[in-house]
Design a protein around this ligand. Structure first.
Ligand code: SF4
Ligand code: F3S
Length: 108
């Protein structure tokens, strides 16, 4: 599966969702996740993300490894909705795109 990692937090550009043939992106307040049970590993979404947040599970850096389980658990969050059409990025995306450590800001 492919995994959405930390750079997405507080940016949420959503370019990724429009190319997914399986519609497996789920949206929370300031982050998206990929449902690992639906992803078919096509890798189409990877190049779409302007901050490089989408990574294959076998290529995850050690400090991002926990995002695999986070994508799985948040996919089942009762308030998170499937997203298939892009929307404007979050208001301060430019500022947050320069910050790599922002897991503590993740909203559920
Ligand atoms: Fe969708 Fe393909 Fe990305 Fe998986 S790798 S989330 S199937 S676009
Ligand atoms: Fe997030 Fe990148 Fe998609 S910032 S919403 S993974 S395009």
């Amino acid at each position: 599966t492919f995994v959405v990692t930390e750079p997405c937090i507080q940016c949420k550009y959503t370019d990724c969702v429009t190319v997914c043939p399986m519609d497996c992106f789920m949206e929370g307040p300031n982050f998206l996740v990929i449902n690992p049970d639906e992803c078919i590993d096509c890798s189409m979404c990877v190049a779409e993300c302007p901050v490089g947040a989408i990574v294959g599970d076998r290529e995850l850096a050690a400090d991002q490894a926990h995002f695999l389980e986070l994508n799985r658990s948040l996919s089942a969050h009762p308030d998170w909705q499937r997203i298939t059409m892009s929307k404007p990025a979050l208001p301060e995306h430019e500022k947050w795109a320069r910050t790599t450590t922002k897991l503590s800001l993740l909203l559920e």
